[in-house]
Design a protein around this ligand. Structure first.
Ligand code: ZN
Length: 122
């Protein structure tokens, strides 16, 4: 039995974003599974460095599942973080910096999920 591969999705709780993100990550990074960690408006949460519980979940994904990529997304029409698209872009980029500062030795990627719920690499 070969070892299964994992990546990690840090996304909003919004039910419209889960499947698009999981499918995009599986296709782009060729992993078998995507661990999914959610919080309402997670791009704001991480960029504000309010990361205690999120970091704990990420550590499990990276340590136990050897996750290869951490993908942080924000999305159009976010009820948990109702700011402009430009503000989302800035928060997502800041969130990537925050998670990179944890020195986990994995790739950290920022994604914007647009009005058609299509993920776009930032
Ligand atoms: Zn949202």
């Amino acid at each position: 039995m070969s070892e299964k591969s994992f990546a990690t999705s840090l996304s909003c709780i919004d039910g419209r974003v889960q499947l698009p993100m999981i499918n995009w990550i599986k296709e782009k990074y060729l992993v078998d599974y995507v661990d999914t960690i959610t919080a309402p408006g997670i791009d704001k949460v991480i960029s504000d460095n309010d990361v205690q519980s999120i970091k704990k979940s990420v550590m499990i994904s990276v340590s136990n599942h050897k996750s290869s990529h951490i993908v942080i997304s924000g999305h159009f029409g976010c009820a948990g973080n109702p700011v402009s698209d430009e503000e989302h872009f800035a928060q997502i980029k800041k969130s990537v910096e925050v998670v990179n500062s944890w020195n986990l030795n994995v790739d950290v990627i920022g994604v914007w999920i647009d009005e058609n719920f299509v993920p776009n690499l930032l």
